[in-house]
Design a binder for this molecule. Structure first.
Ligand code: ADP
Length: 528
C-alpha cells in the first residue's frame, strides 16, 4: 500500500469539519490533523478557528515535537503546560505560544503511522478524559477513511497495472495526446502502425494532427474533437492515419480524456489493414460468384436466345429476297421494296439488341455506375426472356413506371437481379397445369424507398420449408440449380443501398420485391 496516497477533496472537506468541530467543542485556538512527510511533519488540515497560528500545508521538522512523541510512542500525549518543564521548549508550537497539547496517533490500515490528530491551547489546559475520548473517536473515523482510501488506492494501482500491461503488450496501439495535436507518449504498437520510431516520438515531432490526412482532419476538428471535449470520451470510429512513408492506414480509434475538462487523454488504435484486405477479398469472391451465376443464367437461356436471334435473321433472309423480287422485273414495286427493307432494318436491330444485351450480361469488368433507366433495363431483360416465356406458355403482365424511373447503379447487375427472378418464376410455373401461368413485373416509385420492383408468379410458391432457406447459399430444389441466385440478388441490391425480400403469394405462387434508392455511392457496388 502506498502511504503517499493523495487524500481526495471530499475527504479533506470532511476532515476540515472534524477539526473545526474539535476546536469549537474543546474551545481551543487550534485543532490539527498532521501527516508525516519525513523528515518533516506537515499540517494536513488546520481548524478554521480564531487565533489559530497553524497554516494548512505548513511544514515543521519532526524532531522534538509533541506530535513526534505521539507517533513514536503510538500513545496519546497530554501536555498541560509546556512552559513548566524544559522538555518541550524546542517544539515550534511553544514559540507560537501554544503551551498545552492533546494528541493521538493516526495509523494506516497496515499499522504504518499516518500522522496525528491533536489540539493546542495557548494556556494551561488539563483536557478531561471526555476530550481524550472524543479525540480517539474522531481518530477512528479518520482511520476508517484511510482504510477506504487505501482500498481505492489499491484498486487504482491494480487498474493502472492492467492498463500498463495493455500498453506494454502492444496488442493495440495506444497513445497519450493533447488537444493541441501533440502525441506525448505512445506504445510500440502505435509507432509500428504509423511507421515511426521512438526517436521520432522523443523529439516531439509526432503530432496526431500531422498524422491525420487532411480529408480526415477536417472531420476530426469539426466533429470528434468537440464531442470529445463535451462528452469526455469517444465511441470507437474508423479513420485513417498517414504512415511515415506517406501511405494511408485504416484504423479503428477510441479516445477518452483523463479528466473532465482536461486537455489530455488516451487513444486506442486498432489497425484495420487486415480486415480491409479480407473485406476486399470477400468482395472479389462475391463478384466472381455473381459473374459465374450470370453466365449460368444466361446459359439457361441459350436455346431460347438462339431462337430469338434466328427468328429475325430468318425474317431478314425472306425480306431480302422479297425486296430483290420487288425491285427486279419490268415494273419494280418500290413501295413494297421499301417496306421490306424497313422490316430488314428493324429485324436487324432486334437481333443486334439481343446480342448486345447478352454481351453486356456476360461481360466481366469493374462496376459501371450510371444513371439507369429502370424501365429500359427491365424491357431488355423481358426481351431476352421472350422465347423462354413463350416456350413455357407464361403470360406476362407489366406495370412499369413511366416517370421517375431513373436510379444510379450498375445496369448489368440490376438486370442480373431481374433475370434471376424472372427465370426462377418461369421455372416455378413450368410444372403448373391447373391454372394460368402469369408473370407480373412492376416498377413503381415508393415514397420512402425510392423505386420498388416486384416480380410475382403463380408457380409452385414458397412453402414454409423453402421460404426460410431460399437465401442460404447453395440452397436449391432444382436438379441443376446452383442455389446462389437469390443470395447474389440480395447482395447486389444491398450493395446498391436497397432491400430485397421474398414471400408467398396468395393463393398461389411467390412474390419477390426489392427497392433501389434513387442515389447510391459508387463504392457500395460490387466490383465485377
Ligand atoms: P437456384 O435457382 O439455383 O436454385 P436460387 O437462389 O435462385 O438458386 O433459388 C433457390 C431456391 O429458391 C430455388 O431452388 C427454389 O426452390 C426457390 N425459389 C426461388 N424462386 C422461386 C419462385 N419464384 N417460386 C418458387 N420457389 C422459388
Amino acid at each position: 500500500m502506498s502511504h503517499s496516497a493523495r487524500v481526495p477533496s471530499e475527504t479533506i472537506r470532511k476532515w476540515q469539519e472534524i477539526v473545526n468541530l474539535l476546536a469549537e467543542i474543546m474551545q481551543v485556538p487550534a485543532a490539527l490533523i498532521t501527516r508525516v512527510d519525513p523528515p518533516n511533519l506537515k499540517v494536513c488540515i488546520s481548524s478554521e478557528s480564531k487565533g489559530n497560528p497553524y497554516k494548512p500545508d505548513g511544514v515543521a521538522p519532526l524532531d522534538q515535537t509533541y506530535c513526534q512523541t505521539v507517533m513514536t510512542t503510538r500513545q496519546p500525549l497530554h501536555v498541560a503546560d509546556a512552559v513548566k518543564g524544559n522538555e518541550w521548549q524546542l517544539d515550534p508550537s511553544v514559540t507560537l505560544g501554544m503551551i498545552s497539547y492533546l494528541g493521538v496517533p493516526i495509523t494506516w490500515p497496515d499499522g504504518e503511522i499516518f500522522g496525528t490528530i491533536c489540539v493546542f491551547d495557548n494556556r494551561r489546559n488539563e483536557y478531561s478524559d471526555l476530550y481524550l475520548r472524543l479525540l480517539l473517536q474522531w481518530r477512528d473515523v479518520l482511520q476508517d477513511d484511510l482504510k477506504t482510501l487505501s482500498t481505492l488506492h489499491r484498486q487504482l494501482e491494480e487498474r493502472d497495472a492492467k492498463i500498463r500491461r495493455l500498453v506494454d503488450a502492444n496488442i493495440i496501439g495506444i497513445y497519450i495526446w493533447d488537444f493541441a495535436g501533440h502525441i506525448l507518449e505512445a506504445n510500440d504498437a502505435f509507432l509500428r502502425i504509423v511507421g515511426y520510431d521512438r526517436d521520432d516520438l522523443r523529439s516531439g515531432r509526432l503530432r496526431w494532427s500531422d498524422l491525420t490526412p487532411p480529408e480526415w482532419l477536417d472531420r476530426d476538428l469539426a466533429r470528434w474533437l468537440p464531442e470529445l471535449k463535451t462528452a469526455g470520451s469517444l465511441q470507437p470510429f474508423e479513420k485513417e492515419f498517414l504512415r511515415q512513408d506517406g501511405s494511408h492506414v485504416p484504423v479503428m480509434i477510441g479516445a477518452a480524456c483523463f479528466e473532465d475538462g482536461g486537455s489530455e487523454g488516451v487513444a486506442f488504435v486498432l489497425d484495420l489493414t487486415e480486415r480491409q484486405r479480407a473485406t476486399e477479398a470477400l468482395r472479389e469472391v462475391q463478384a466472381e460468384l455473381a459473374h459465374v451465376n450470370r453466365i449460368a443464367t444466361v446459359g439457361q437461356l441459350t436455346a431460347s436466345i438462339a431462337h430469338e436471334i434466328n427468328q429475325p435473321l430468318g425474317a431478314i433472309v425472306i425480306d431480302a429476297s422479297n425486296s430483290l423480287r420487288h425491285l427486279s422485273g419490268e415494273r419494280p414495286d418500290l413501295q413494297k421494296a421499301r417496306n421490306a427493307i424497313e422490316r430488314i432494318a428493324s429485324d436487324g436491330e432486334r437481333a443486334v439488341n439481343v446480342i448486345r444485351s447478352l454481351r453486356a450480361l456476360a461481360q466481366k469488368g469493374g462496376p459501371n455506375i450510371t444513371e439507369v433507366d429502370i424501365r429500359d433495363a427491365i424491357e431488355e431483360v423481358l426481351m431476352l426472356t421472350l422465347s423462354e416465356r413463350h416456350r413455357h406458355r407464361v403470360e406476362l403482365r407489366t406495370m412499369l413506371a413511366t416517370e421517375d424511373r431513373l436510379v444510379l447503379g450498375d445496369r448489368v447487375q440490376i438486370q442480373q437481379v431481374m433475370l434471376n427472378l424472372i427465370m426462377n418464376s418461369i421455372e416455378a410455373m413450368s410444372t403448373v397445369m391447373d391454372r394460368p401461368r402469369v408473370l407480373e413485373v412492376s416498377a413503381a416509385l415508393c415514397e420512402s424507398d425510392g423505386l420498388l420492383l416486384v416480380i410475382e408468379d403463380t408457380g409452385s410458391g414458397l412453402g414454409p420449408d423453402i421460404a426460410n432457406r431460399i437465401f442460404e447459399p447453395f440452397f436449391t430444389t432444382k436438379p441443376n440449380g446452383m442455389g446462389m441466385g437469390l443470395s447474389i440478388c440480395r447482395s447486389i441490391v444491398e450493395a446498391h443501398g436497397g432491400r430485397f425480400w421474398g414471400s408467398r403469394r396468395a393463393p398461389h405462387g411467390a412474390t419477390f420485391k426489392f427497392t433501389l434508392p434513387r442515389l447510391v455511392a459508387e463504392s457500395a457496388v460490387m466490383t465485377k
